[in-house]
Design a protein around this ligand. Structure first.
Ligand SMILES: NC(=O)C1=CN([C@@H]2O[C@H](COP(=O)(O)OP(=O)(O)OC[C@H]3O[C@@H](n4cnc5c(N)ncnc54)[C@H](O)[C@@H]3O)[C@@H](O)[C@H]2O)C=CC1
Ligand SMILES: O=C(CO)COP(=O)(O)O
Length: 410
């Protein structure tokens, strides 16, 4: 970001009032009703997760806690799933006296202000503090940002249950769904239920490396809390659409605030399955028309799924918001699910092998989501109504081949 833009944002921050109302924020929730007293405390922000997207979001949060000092404490704690990491001798900060042996990833992040494993070559602001202890990371945080691969969420919630402030609010940046014998759940709901707090969702056309390089994009944040929550003490700024926008919006990362949490979450989860289908046809070399067909069928199946199974889901979230059609487009062009599916066809090898080989510890979400969604559809006799998602699943479990796609969609 340019220093002129930073100065402009800092000036704007100086004018933010107690309820964080801002002309750039068009939507706000009922919680933004006037407080009796001016806030005397600031929100503490914690991010749970430090992968490729977790680290890129930590950078955004830290830039904004600095830009809006009336609202947020500067430090952003980032929980790191600890591992040993050997810094490459070609890294610009490599010092043989310090780095000849593997070090803890959290120590390296704090020393170099860079997540050298999951978001290399991107400077993290110094107010991002990596913390390998999940309990220490979430302690006293009133704003919790969940950003881990979806398969790890439940266990993490079990670990922190009872260790967060009861008035905390959360946003889930996770792209996936939770399928169990009870049915299907959004991760915002899983987090909310397990922790006894409210959780909204962030999702959009947001390839992490591009966002971290401050290339322009848009995102969607859905936040629609019920009126029955443990109230946030009046000493804090009100937690409403305006506050979340101040925490996430950057000149290069435009936030649209909406209320449809189900549509926002499902867009992010289901497009990963469609992106695998797009990767399959690209791996076959079938060209742009074939990929366009996958994307067209894909967005319709995504919307149909949302409207069929989630009462609160809105059609326009899929067609008008970044979390819908835009995320589908970017993921079918430059996402990891697309890339690994394409390579798997080109090399004739299982996608899991490609994932382990090329992603350096990063995780695909589409493979697991394809299985989970199929389990859910099969249990309801609905597989035939979602032929593309069903085809992707069949190919992943080797019950069909990529050549069968045109027939399976006929
Ligand atoms: N990378 C991207 O471009 C984007 C990713 N997302 C979503 O963000 C979520 C998080 O993904 P990324 O940050 O990209 O992660 P990632 O795939 O880059 O990294 C994997 C992360 O999982 C952690 N991990 C490994 N084993 C673990 C365990 N047993 N328990 C807890 N954590 C463990 C690793 O330490 C690492 O932080 C996913 O749902 C993804 O779909 C959303 C938008 C963009
Ligand atoms: O969600 C993403 C972009 O919005 C990234 O998708 P991948 O996980 O396929 O890289």
């Amino acid at each position: 970001m340019s220093s002129r833009a930073a100065a402009r944002l800092a000036r704007v921050a100086g004018h933010i009032t107690a309820s964080a109302s801002s002309p750039s924020t068009s939507t706000s929730t009922s919680s933004s009703t006037a407080r009796k007293m001016a806030p005397t405390r600031k929100h503490k922000v914690a991010i749970i997760g430090s992968g490729n997207w977790g680290s890129a979001i930590a950078k955004i949060l830290a830039e904004n806690t600095t830009a809006h000092p009336h609202l947020f404490e500067s430090e952003v704690r980032m929980w790191v799933f600890e591992e040993d990491y050997q810094l490459s001798s070609s890294h610009k900060a490599y010092d043989a006296s310090k780095h000849s042996q593997p070090k803890k990833l959290s120590s390296l992040i704090n020393e170099l202000h860079e997540n050298v494993k999951y978001l290399p070559n991107i400077a993290l602001p110094p107010n991002v503090v990596a913390d390998p202890s999940i309990l220490s990371a979430v302690k006293d945080a009133s704003l919790l940002i969940f950003n881990v691969p979806h398969q790890f969420v439940s266990k993490i919630c079990d670990q922190i249950h009872g260790h967060i402030v009861p008035y905390a609010r959360a946003i889930s940046c996770i792209k996936g769904v939770d399928v169990s014998s009870d049915g299907i759940s959004l991760f915002s709901d899983v987090i909310g239920r397990k922790l006894g707090i409210y959780c909204g969702a962030l999702s959009g056309a947001n390839i992490a490396n591009e966002v971290a390089e401050e290339k322009f994009c848009e995102t969607t944040i859905a936040y629609d809390p019920p009126g029955t929550l443990t109230p946030c003490p009046e000493e804090f700024p009100v937690i409403d659409h305006s506050l979340w926008k101040h925490l996430f919006h950057r000149p290069y990362f435009h936030v649209s605030m909406i209320h449809d949490v189900a549509g926002t979450s499902l867009g992010g989860a289901l497009k990963n399955v469609i992106a695998i289908g797009a990767g399959f046809v690209d791996g076959m070399g079938w060209g742009d028309n074939a990929k366009a067909a996958i994307m067209r069928v894909g967005i319709l199946e995504m919307r149909k799924f949302g409207l069929m199974f989630f009462d609160s889901c809105k059609s326009e979230t899929f067609t008008e918001e970044s979390c819908g059609v835009a995320d589908l487009i970017t993921s079918c062009a430059g996402g990891r699910n697309h890339k690994c599916a394409k390579l798997s066809v080109e090399q004739g090898r299982p996608i899991e092998e490609i994932e382990a080989e090329v992603l350096n510890g990063q995780k695909l979400q589409g493979t697991l989501t394809a299985m989970e969604v199929n389990e859910f559809l099969k249990a309801r006799g609905k597989e035939k109504e979602f032929p593309l998602m069903t085809a992707v699943h069949k190919i992943l479990i080797r019950e069909a081949s990529v050549e069968d796609i045109p027939h399976l969609l006929d």
